[in-house]
Design a protein around this ligand. Structure first.
Ligand SMILES: Nc1ncnc2c1ncn2[C@@H]1O[C@H](COP(=O)(O)OP(=O)(O)OP(=O)(O)O)[C@@H](O)[C@H]1O
Length: 253
């Protein structure tokens, strides 16, 4: 069980007095996938950082299973835009270290498992053994995703996790995430920040549109799973939802 609640959450940055989140009320059920979407600066990352425990709400409370959260914890795995890998560890060590937090396995088994996870996200061979700074941003993003899978927390918080990768890799990683989510009995609760409407619809049970810090639309996405990208995109309901979200993002609701 990992139910997330934003209870009248407001965030004002002290440095400039900017009210980035205004009175956000949102319950995310255990095992649900939601996306925050909206124009640049609408408060998506701020909302996710509250969930990560990196920003304390100025008003209201953020809770996981009724417990008020004010700091990061191993119950929440994160992938941020800036990858947040340990720069002094190789890509493989980053993932092995995460695995070691969870599994009491001999070092050799941890390394094998870390290699498997990196293979899955397409980081193979020599790229596994170099420091994160020696590979591209897109590759670092994949290592960060492998590390999040390794940590295996009940909650995944992901800020534009597929932004720095090419379109084919993006689709592959989206599928990997869904496969992992769908096969688990006790499903992860996933909160995603994205600029990409198609990605939000394809992955989510609900899409929350933020505008100037306010949640102006919470759209349920009820297409049954597993979803097929092509038939989804040909569905008239899909196009209606897409337009509705687009209008909300553009501030027309
Ligand atoms: N540390 C900070 N101090 C002051 N203002 C901030 C800080 N971080 C964000 N802001 C401001 O708060 C607002 C919301 O920022 P946030 O990064 O949450 O938006 P976003 O929707 O994630 O944007 P983007 O899509 O461009 O990443 C913006 O106006 C931003 O300039």
């Amino acid at each position: 069980m990992s139910t997330i609640v934003y209870e009248n959450v407001g965030v004002t940055y002290e440095s400039n007095g900017h009210q980035a989140i205004k009175n956000l009320n949102l319950t995310i059920n255990s095992g649900e996938i939601i996306s925050f979407i909206g124009p640049s600066g609408c408060g998506k990352s701020t909302a996710l950082n509250v969930a990560a425990g990196l920003i304390e709400p100025s008003l209201g409370a953020f809770k996981v299973d009724d417990e008020i959260i004010t700091k990061p914890g191993t119950d929440r795995g994160v992938v941020f835009q800036n990858y947040s890998l340990f720069p002094w560890m190789s890509n493989l060590e980053n993932v092995r270290f995460a695995l070691a937090q969870k599994a009491d396995l001999p070092k050799k088994a941890l390394i094998e498992r870390a290699k498997e996870l990196l293979d899955k996200v397409g980081i193979k061979g020599k790229s596994q053994h170099v420091y994160p700074s020696k590979v591209s941003g897109g590759m670092q993003q994949r290592v960060a995703i492998a590390r999040m899978f390794a940590l295996d927390s009940p909650i995944f918080l992901m800020d534009e996790p597929f932004a720095a990768v090419d379109e084919i890799t993006r689709k592959h990683l989206q599928q990997l995430l869904l496969d992992l989510w769908e096969k688990e009995k006790s499903r992860k609760t996933i909160v995603l920040v994205t600029h990409n409407i198609e990605e939000a619809i394809y992955l989510s049970d609900r899409v929350i549109v933020l505008h100037e810090g306010e949640a102006i639309l919470a759209k349920e996405i009820t297409f049954k799973r597993p979803r097929n990208r092509q038939s989804l995109e040909a569905d008239t309901e899909y196009l209606t939802i897409r337009n509705q979200l687009l209008e909300a993002i553009e501030g027309k609701v």
